[in-house]
Design a protein around this ligand. Structure first.
Ligand code: PLP
Length: 399
C-alpha cells in the first residue's frame, strides 16, 4: 500500500499494518534513540536568541515554541495518520467535532451551502444550522442516498460533507461517482471516515479532497483519548492549521500519545472488528426475535455493490430492530452483559445505545431515514465473537 523508496531504484510496497507500526517520521537523534516516544508536556520552549522570532513570521508548519503551535507528540501522530491515509498532510486537533468544523471552514472560507448525505452526525448539522451559519455556512441535506439526490443537493454548494459509512444505518454512497460529480461542479468533498478508518476505506484515493476522523473512536481504540484528524492536500490542511492556531482546539500531548499508540494496532483491531461484526450481523439477521439488521453484508441492505466495492469491511457499528417495539428493545438492552449501554464506538469493548435518543431529528425525519425508536445501535468490539453471540442470544430471549 505505502510505497517505500530504499534508494538506487529499489522501491517496495508495504501493507497497512506495517505502515501503522513503522509509518510517519522517526525521531532523529545521535547514537541510541528510544523505540517509542515519551510524552512532551511543556507548554513553552526556550528561545535560542531574541532574533529567532523573525524566523517564525509567516510560518505555515508546526513550530515548537508554544504548545498551541506545535508539539512533538501531535506532529508524530500527524505524520503517522498522513501515511495511513495516503495524504500529503494531516492536522490533529482536540476532538472529532473540532476536525469537522475546521475542515468545513477551511474548504468554504467564504461560507456557502454545504451539501450533506441525508443524515450526518447530529453535531455537524447543529453546527451548520447554528454557529456555522454565522460564518455564512448552511446545511443542504440530500433527500435520498442515490446519486441523483446528492447531485441535486450539490447545486450551487461549496462543499459536500459525507459520513462513511453512515451512522446508524450503515448506508454507503458510491464515493468515486459522487466525487466525480462534485469535481465538475467545483464542490469540495469532505468525508468523515470515522466509522470506516483508513483500514477499511481511504477516501482520498476515491476522489475526496479532505478526510476527517473522530480519533476518539477506532484510531485510538480504547475509549480513553479524545482527538480529531483532518487529512488532505497541503493548502486545505494549512488553512485548517491557521484556524486551529487562532481558535485553539489543541490536541493534548498525552491524548496524542495514546492515539498514536492505538494506531499501531489499528489493522489488527479492524480485522477483528470487521469479522466479529459480520458474524454478529448474520446471526441477528437470522434470529426470529429480530425485525431488521442494518449492516451492508446483510441481505436487503440498500447500499449498491458499486458503493460497497472499495471497502475492506464495514466496521463494528450496526442498527438492530428487535421485535416487541421500544419495550422489547429496552428489555433486550437491559439483559445484555457484555455490551455496555454507553454512547461512542470504536473501543475494543462492545457498546449498545439507542440512536433515536441521540439523533437531532424529529420522529418523522427518523422514520423517513429508517431509524425507528426501537432501533438499538451495536458497536461490536474485539471480544471473542462466540461470547458476543451468546450474550445477544440470551438477551433476545427477554424480548
Ligand atoms: N463524527 C462521527 C461519525 C462521530 O460518530 C462522532 C462522535 O460520535 C464525531 C464525528 C465527533 O467526534 P468527537 O466526539 O471526538 O468530537
Amino acid at each position: 500500500m505505502a510505497v517505500v523508496d530504499h534508494g538506487e531504484g529499489n522501491v517496495t510496497r508495504r501493507g497497512f499494518q506495517t505502515e501503522a507500526i513503522h509509518g510517519g517520521a522517526r525521531e532523529a537523534g545521535e547514537g541510541m534513540t528510544p523505540v517509542t516516544r515519551g510524552v512532551e508536556l511543556a507548554t513553552t520552549w526556550r528561545w535560542p536568541d531574541p532574533d529567532a522570532a523573525d524566523d517564525l513570521r509567516g510560518a505555515v508548519e508546526p513550530h515548537r515554541f508554544y504548545r498551541r503551535h506545535g508539539n512533538p507528540n501531535v506532529e508524530s501522530l500527524e505524520a503517522r495518520v498522513a501515511a495511513l491515509e495516503g495524504a500529503p498532510r494531516a492536522l490533529c486537533v482536540g476532538s472529532g467535532m473540532a476536525a469537522n468544523t475546521l475542515a468545513l471552514m477551511a474548504v468554504a472560507p467564504e461560507g456557502g451551502a454545504v451539501a450533506c448525505q441525508p443524515t450526518v452526525y447530529g453535531e455537524v448539522s447543529t453546527f451548520l444550522k447554528g454557529v456555522g451559519a454565522r460564518f455564512g455556512l448552511s446545511l443542504r441535506a440530500a433527500r435520498g442516498w442515490d446519486l441523483a439526490h446528492l447531485i441535486e443537493a450539490m447545486a450551487g454548494a461549496r462543499a459536500l460533507f459525507l459520513e462513511l459509512p453512515a451512522n446508524p444505518t450503515l448506508d454507503v454512497v458510491d464515493l468515486a461517482a459522487v466525487a466525480r460529480e462534485a469535481m465538475v461542479r467545483g464542490v469540495r468533498v469532505v468525508v468523515d471516515a470515522t466509522l470506516a478508518t483508513p483500514f477499511n476505506l481511504r477516501p482520498l484515493e476515491h476522489g475526496a479532497d479532505v478526510v476527517t476522523h473522530s480519533a476518539t473512536k477506532y484510531l485510538s481504540g480504547h475509549s480513553d483519548a479524545m482527538g480529531g484528524v483532518i487529512a488532505g492536500d497541503d493548502a486545505t490542511v494549512t488553512a485548517a492549521w491557521h484556524l486551529a492556531r487562532v481558535m485553539g482546539p489543541t490536541l493534548a500531548p498525552f491524548d496524542a500519545w495514546l492515539i498514536e499508540r492505538g494506531l499501531r494496532t489499528l489493522g489488527l483491531r479492524m480485522e477483528r472488528v470487521n469479522a466479529n461484526a459480520e458474524r454478529v450481523a448474520a446471526f441477528l439477521a437470522g434470529h426470529a426475535k429480530v425485525e431488521r439488521v442494518a449492516y451492508p453484508t446483510v441481505e436487503g441492505h440498500p447500499s449498491t455493490p458499486e458503493a460497497r466495492a472499495p471497502y475492506r469491511g464495514f466496521g463494528g457499528l450496526m442498527g438492530v430492530v428487535p421485535r416487541g417495539g421500544v419495550e422489547g428493545a429496552k428489555r433486550f438492552v437491559r439483559a445484555l452483559e457484555l455490551f455496555a449501554l454507553a454512547t461512542s464506538l470504536g473501543g475494543v469493548e462492545s457498546l449498545v445505545q439507542f440512536p433515536a435518543s441521540m439523533a437531532r431529528l424529529t420522529a418523522e425525519e427518523r422514520s423517513a431515514l429508517g431509524i425507528p425508536e426501537a432501533m438499538v445501535r451495536l458497536a461490536v468490539g474485539c471480544e471473542d465473537v462466540d461470547d458476543l453471540i451468546e450474550d445477544l442470544a440470551r438477551a433476545l430471549e427477554r424480548v
